[in-house]
Ligand binder design. Structure first.
Ligand code: 5RP
Length: 227
């Protein structure tokens, strides 16, 4: 069942709560989206106050925001994240996620799964019993048609994500396209994740299963933390 109580205040509470986690010397995976942005800004405030951390951005957007916030940056070539803080488009009761609303899920999965501790920040509207939002699938530009066929064979209905402000498709930070794939309620996220991962031309999909260590959900007056 979908929850009410979303909004930017709930996102801010969740982001600020997670931004309290990193300690001196930590490397922090910096997620993408409006909720993760609150965490990045709060972490920037803590850096201003003397906290010694380095960030690994998951997108162009989070890199720019981290720079503005004064967070020193590094990369997966140099360091392993102690903690990653990232948002989600849907959070199931078993902790499985759908991500990729910002088309950043390939690098998000890379950084979030590399982290010792993956913390998801969300507002209550993101919570549901079982995943049912469309699954974003990043594909190589040449793979759009064969991957769409494979998605249909797996019971899905793919739509090429269109850019909002100009004609043409969304192009990811990696130069690829995104198919938003409706599967209805997803009974077997593990199986679907395996099928999508095994499809040639798929760069990454937005199903994040068995990855979350901690969930911070901002509410009207606080933050619910579950582990
Ligand atoms: C980007 C993502 C975001 O984390 C997800 O879309 C949530 O965004 P927001 O916090 O703005 O609701 O997966 O690819």
């Amino acid at each position: 069942m979908k929850q009410t109580g979303g909004g930017d205040d709930a996102k801010r509470r969740a982001g600020e709560s997670a931004a309290d986690i990193p300690g001196d010397g930590d490397v922090v995976g910096l997620g993408t989206g409006s909720t993760a942005a609150h965490a990045i800004r709060e972490l920037g405030e803590r850096v201003d106050a003397g906290l010694d951390v380095r960030g690994i951005p998951t997108s162009f957007q989070s890199r720019e925001l981290a720079r503005e916030a004064g967070i020193p940056l590094t990369s997966l070539d140099e360091a392993v994240p102690d903690v990653a803080i990232d948002g989600a488009d849907e959070v199931a009761a078993d902790g499985a996620l759908i991500k990729g609303g910002g088309a950043a899920h390939a690098r998000e999965k890379l950084v979030d799964s590399a982290a010792e501790r993956f913390v998801v920040v969300a507002d209550p509207t993101k919570e549901s019993d079982r995943l049912s939002q469309p699954v974003p699938v990043e594909v190589l530009p040449d793979a759009r048609a064969p991957v769409a066929d494979a998605v249909r064979s797996a019971g899905g209905d793919p739509t090429l994500r269109a850019a909002e402000r100009k004609d043409g498709p969304v192009v990811t930070d990696n130069g690829n396209l995104v198919l938003d794939c409706k599967f209805g309620t997803i009974d077997d996220p593990h199986g679907l994740a395996r099928t999508l991962s095994a499809t040639p031309g798929v760069v990454e999909h937005g199903l994040f299963v068995d990855l979350v260590d901690e969930l911070h959900v901002g509410t009207d007056d606080g933050v619910d933390v579950t582990r």
